[in-house]
Write a protein that binds this ligand. Sequence first.
Ligand SMILES: Nc1ncnc2c1ncn2[C@@H]1O[C@H](COP(=O)(O)OP(=O)(O)OP(=O)(O)O)[C@@H](O)[C@H]1O
Ligand SMILES: [Mg+2]
Length: 368
Amino acid sequence: MSSSPDARPASFAMPRPALAGAPDAPAPQAPSPDALGPESLGPDETVDITGERQALHIPALLSELDRDFVGLAPVKDRVREIAALLLVDRLRGRFGLSSARPSLHMCFTGSPGTGKTTLATHMGRLLAELGYLRRGHLVSVTRDDLVGQYVGHTAPKTKEVLKRALGGVLLIDEAYYLYRPDNERDYGQECIEILLQFMEEHRADLVVILAGYADRMNVFFRSNPGMASRIAHHIDFPDFSVAELIRIAELMLDKEQYRLSPAAATAFAEYVELRMSQPRFANARSMRNAIDRLRLRQARRLVTAGGRVSRADLMEISAADVRGSRVFSGGLAAVPGHPGPGHPGPPPTPPAGHRAPPARPDSAAPSA
Ligand SMILES: Nc1ncnc2c1ncn2[C@@H]1O[C@H](COP(=O)(O)OP(=O)(O)OP(=O)(O)O)[C@@H](O)[C@H]1O
Ligand SMILES: [Mg+2]
């Protein structure tokens, strides 16, 4: 599978709208029959929608999503809907029917580690395969990549990022930090205005995804109706259940050719339950971090024991490796300087004048 434009059947080329300067510029109309190319269809012809779907690798991309992503049923449903819409639009275009390019700027809300960035990567590939985006690459940024520190700094910074993202997906993590109502001299507003202009002028060539916590995003949209009106899809990423987290961890271990012994699997289920209620819990990312530490403890155990080891020994995580976690001995709250236990929820709203966003949960967690 390729995201290169050459890999796509030319006959499916989506009609591109003229660059629109105004927010409510009219949607593009049906292409003229001449513009449809040799694969255009007459009014009495039919087209095999299943075959076309396969030719565009849609089933393969969707099964990859199902295989790699545990849970997230509502998210997957929305991706399927978007893929279906774009396919139908392409087919309509071949019959000369109006196939207005839908706006696909999106907002992904959810707790840390629920898969927002990972899905943005998949989305880029899918949109490239469907001919909606030229390249489908992901450029992931935060406020610091976009907003400058002095007069004249923000516009070039924001535009440089936008240019890099053209043809692909621009993911703005914790987009609400762009807006600082408490600081009149903040350059975030300038950045938002440039973004809005670009989202409109280059909507044929860029998908912007805003990501972050739902409640803060709602506040941001209330203060920035221009941004809210340009976001067509709001996708909420639910927190994972214990069973889903265990499945995610198993998938990760499997990919790295490790496995839990039966006793380790029991211990790991206990670990997940405990870890969820401790500070800086970050869903699937916490599973990734837990696995990194399991590997460390396994390695230390094997090296300390010495002697000969088998392939199976090198693959197996033991119950002792799991139970060596601090989560079992008083929890992460026992770490000096670490906040107390309890579900962390979103980090506190930053004080006025705050520059850098707060550390992400489980981004620099102590040895859990
Ligand atoms: N549903 C899932 N199934 C399997 N692995 C997942 C799933 N969701 C996320 N992961 C894995 O968890 C890790 C964190 O995911 P990701 O970075 O996409 O989360 P995020 O929502 O963007 O987090 P943040 O809000 O902190 O930016 C990645 O290693 C990713 O592959
Ligand atoms: Mg992310």
